[in-house]
Design a protein around this ligand. Sequence first.
Ligand SMILES: [Zn+2]
Length: 303
Amino acid sequence: MLEAVTDSIPLRHPQPGSSTQGPLPLGLPGLGQLLPLLVSLIGLSAVPSASAQGAFARLPPLSLSAGFTGPRAPLPKDWVGRIPLAPETPILVLAGHADSQGIAGAGTSGAAVALRGAAPMQADIQDELYWNLRTAAAVVALGRSRGLPIQLYVPPVRDIASGDDPRTNWSIGKAFAAAGGYALEIHYDAYGPDGIGSGLMPPINRPISQLDESLAQAFGSYPRLFRGGLGAPKRGIALLEIGKLEGKLEASLRDPRRREASIAGIAERIVAAIELGLGLNPPPGAVGNEPAGTGQQASSGGG
Ligand SMILES: [Zn+2]
């Protein structure tokens, strides 16, 4: 599709040779030193461009209709996040599957590509990663515009075989969380019966926080030990499924006329939930949370 060209997301981001890239020296500093190091390295390397931030800043917040992101995960919420986090807690946002293209765990191709033969948004990556990257960047840009200490990390290459490689989302997020930050990995769920729905999987190696709770109120939730505990939650990384990549959600993202507003609306819901979860007062006019309890009757939007 033509718009995929103008929306193209660089596969290698940033370029090799950048002074801020390469494996982070995770083994060198103590935990107390690690977080500032990570923040400085990540902040320099992965902040969206000024023009991108400006584009997001110009968009008015979109109030997503109930059910915009499709059904919530219809699974029991067997946890409550009660631990308060400091309002200044650093936040790291990760795009799910950004290090696993062309290998196991590449993410969903979405219903449009898989079922209807649509062209992928970008030929060399799964559509889920395309939207994970777009959404993660929008969350960070919006969060920064609201004064949150929020960072984006994007792995330097897209096919890292070992999840424990120091450049993966998992390794960077694990270290960030262990040093006292909050790491959040963005996903879109599979279409059809393979997908479950929107919701948060909280980290399972530490007490569940009020920030986890706030995101769960905004998006729904997964059981604490979903499938025995996935790779990210085991490492202290919260995993957020925005919604199944199908139906109204996918159509809104793919429609060039509605794309930016849709991403902005999703980012608004996430950032507003972060602000609430950190005990920060959201600014006037902040919108985005679905009314509690809408998940059970929300339809998939025909996808
Ligand atoms: Zn995913």
